[in-house]
Design a protein around this ligand. Structure first.
Ligand code: FE
Length: 349
């Protein structure tokens, strides 16, 4: 059932209010020709209704011939803002930037946030935005989990399918995505609802077995045959299995960059309104697949770049891989048991 323009504007008003937009604030809407124009209009109208000073920044798209699809996450690091100092400064001048283009994983985004400007990414279709409209409760729940995560020195993941993997923590911060940008320098993404950190450099070991039904992003496919990833010293050293393993390995290999095999962020999903099944019901070009990253109880790990937290790795290939039915343990404390969130105890679902 489609969302109307009026509803979309109302939803933006709600999210911008959560993001502390009021008559004292300036809001920049970053857009390009491929932005969803309804989202651009709704963001601008909603910010005006809240009394903010609003302006748009429009940039030409920049293509990368290594991209095998139009998914905005397929190639990361270089964006239309790369080298455009004037546009970057215009964005830094805002209190809040609504990003309808996707600058994630770019050094320019880090610079904008370091200036104190808040950023809210909104690139998913209106119906997905509606289903996962953020609430204050999302923030409370995810922040509670973050406190537990911050205190941990290791994360261990096991599953009946054969996963047994451990990573040391502490070198990199814990990041939360609860769907609104309410603090200076905060980046967030509507829709979302999960948290993550990064393994210490070189300190991830073991085996991850992707089981049938786990999801490969940006492919937006469900694994159909188990894939075994052997991990040593922070890198995937071997990939084996059937067709899915072959496909994953051949995709990663084509980047001809050993850094694509590094483990990147690790965490778990806490959004009960995100749906595991949604990837199968939506056209691949319409969405970047946030349901898959956020659904409650998934273990999400990724590969590639860690520049967004000041890490040394800048590589264009970024795989996000949400897994079901895993047990996630922080030091001695299980937070997810066989895909069910168990701690902190007030999780809803
Ligand atoms: Fe990711």
């Amino acid at each position: 059932m489609p969302v109307s323009d009026m509803e979309l504007t109302q939803m933006f008003e709600h999210v911008l209010k959560l993001s502390k937009v009021d008559e004292t604030q300036s809001v920049a809407v970053l857009k390009s020709h491929y932005s969803n124009q309804r989202i651009v209009s709704a963001a601008m109208d909603a910010a005006q209704r809240l009394g903010a000073r609003v302006y748009g920044i429009e940039l030409p798209a920049s293509h990368d011939t290594r991209a095998a699809s139009n998914d905005l996450t397929a190639i990361v690091g270089k964006t239309p803002l790369t080298g455009n100092v004037a546009a970057k400064e215009a964005l830094m001048a805002a209190d809040l930037v609504v990003d309808t283009m996707m600058l994630l994983h770019s050094p320019e985004q880090s610079d904008i946030l370091a200036s104190g400007t808040r950023m809210l990414l909104a690139v998913e279709p209106p119906e997905m935005l509606a289903r996962m409209l953020p609430t204050e409760e999302d923030k409370v729940r995810i922040n509670a989990a973050a406190e537990v995560f911050k205190a941990a020195s290791s994360i261990r993941v096991t599953s009946a399918a054969g996963t047994d993997f451990i990573a040391k923590l502490g070198q990199y911060p814990v990041m939360t995505e609860y769907g609104f940008a309410d603090e200076p320098g905060r980046w967030d993404h509507w829709p979302s609802g999960f948290l993550f950190s990064w393994p210490n450099e070189g300190a991830a070991e073991g085996t991850i077995v992707l089981d049938v039904g786990d999801i490969l992003l940006p492919f937006k496919t469900y694994v159909q045959s188990p894939v075994t990833l052997e991990i040593r010293e922070g890198y995937i050293r071997k990939i084996h299995g059937g067709f899915d393993a072959d496909y994953l390995e051949s995709y990663m290999t084509q980047f001809k960059d050993p850094e694509v095999y590094a483990l990147s962020h690790l965490g778990w999903g806490l959004q009960p309104r995100a749906q595991w099944a949604a990837i199968g019901l939506n056209n691949k070009d319409d969405s970047i697949g946030m349901d898959a990253r956020a659904f409650e109880g998934n273990f999400l790990f990724s590969t590639g770049s860690n520049t967004e937290v000041g890490g040394p790795r800048n590589t264009p290939c970024h795989m996000d891989i949400p897994m079901r039915r895993c047990t996630v343990t922080l030091d001695e404390l299980p937070v997810v048991i066989e895909g069910r969130v168990v701690a902190p105890e007030h999780s809803v679902g």
